[in-house]
Design a protein around this ligand. Structure first.
Ligand SMILES: Cc1ncc(COP(=O)(O)O)c(C=O)c1O
Length: 348
């Protein structure tokens, strides 16, 4: 199947006349704004937030464009990358007709978003060592497969897939390949972002929730060619990223060096945590990780999970996830948190 963007887009989205917000119709400078039915008096509690934010988040996009060496028109900013996942279904998948393909075990929201949008999910499980099963992927793809999700580094397994392998998948697929790079800043592997120039069907998702430490703000990004980004902008809600989120992300982007320091600290701490966990006899295997978490195979995930809960430490129990039997997914905490975890486990 050859990639043809216009053919891939749902008919209703192709025909859609998007909402034209006040701030989109007039984005310039003026003395008095009486066009958006905002409260001109402002709130006595938070004076700076009575105006709608920039619907296209241009200041943020200019900074990201510099960092990623792409154009602002190749960037979508959303209410978390979860918004971008949902929009992909709404743009490309006809409910009850089209399908998407995921490679489990992987991030759960692809499936949930598919269900919300009434879209069938096909599965090509990773192989035993968590590599992509190219034959299974090829077998599962059919004419109605519009989205292929590759999470790299993958949640919950922590491994990064080779850029060349993802490129090959994209070159041989007539739908959209979505590479979710929520954890890429912790990875030894390279981002797929430079490939958006060469691969017209590639969408790369990143987020401010992980390495940037801003999960509470809900800001994520999608990078793709400008035709795809124009579709995101057509379908998104008008003011999808709040003023306070835009301001804070801009500040973070202007202080990138501090983020790089945090990333290095988390990676160093990850290695210490792995060393600490290796000592326990109930730990069967610690999978190599490129993320800010480790997947740990244990002799009895359920009871260790419950024991830790009693110690008021919450990890993620992945015991019921196919290929992750016996596994706990543990986020790298601060040095104190990790020490507390290891000390608690000594009591087990
Ligand atoms: C692989 C992956 N993608 C996306 C997200 C969600 O990111 P956001 O906070 O930007 O919605 C997560 C969150 O855990 C994730 O693990």
């Amino acid at each position: 199947m050859k990639f043809d963007l216009q053919n891939l887009v749902r008919e209703n989205i192709r025909r859609l006349v998007p909402y034209s917000s006040a701030r989109k119709e007039f984005a310039g400078r003026a003395k008095i704004f009486l066009d958006a039915n905002e409260n001109s008096f402002g709130s006595p509690l938070a004076r700076d937030y009575n105006r709608y934010p920039d619907p296209l988040q241009l200041e943020i996009k200019e900074k990201i464009a510099d960092i990623e060496r792409i154009k602002t028109s190749e960037i979508f900013v959303g209410n978390g990358s979860d918004e971008a996942i949902d929009l992909l279904f709404r743009i490309f998948c006809e409910p009850r007709t089209d399908n998407c393909l995921i490679c489990p075990p992987t991030y759960g929201m692809y499936e949930v978003s598919a269900a919300i949008n009434d879209v069938e999910v096909k599965r090509a499980n990773l192989n035993r060592d968590f590599g992509l099963d190219f034959q299974a992927i090829e077998n599962e793809i059919d004419a109605a497969t519009k989205l292929l999700f590759i999470c790299s580094p993958n949640n919950p397994t922590g491994n990064t897939f080779a850029r060349a392998d993802i490129s090959n998948l994209a070159k041989n697929f007539g739908g959209i390949v979505v590479v979710d790079e929520a954890y890429i800043h912790f990875s030894r592997g390279d981002s797929m972002t430079p490939e958006i120039e060469n691969l017209p069907n590639l969408v790369v998702l990143q987020t401010f929730s992980k390495a940037w430490g801003l999960a509470g703000l809900r800001v994520g990004t999608a990078f793709a060619n400008e035709e795809i980004i124009a579709l995101f902008n057509k379908v998104k809600s008008p003011y999808n990223v709040s003023q306070i989120a835009q301001e804070t992300v801009l500040k973070a982007l202007e202080n990138r060096a501090t983020v790089e320091e945090t990333i290095s600290a988390i990676i160093a701490e990850r290695e210490r945590l792995v060393d600490g966990l290796r000592e326990f006899s109930f730990v069967r295997k610690i999978y190599p990780t490129d993320a800010n978490f480790v997947l740990v195979k244990t002799t009895d995930a359920e009871s260790i999970y419950k024991f830790l809960l009693d110690e008021r430490i919450v990890v993620r129990n992945r015991n019921n996830v196919e290929l992750c039997e016996g596994c706990l997914r543990i986020t790298v905490g601060t040095p104190e948190e990790n020490k507390s975890l290891v000390n608690a486990l000594k009591k087990l």
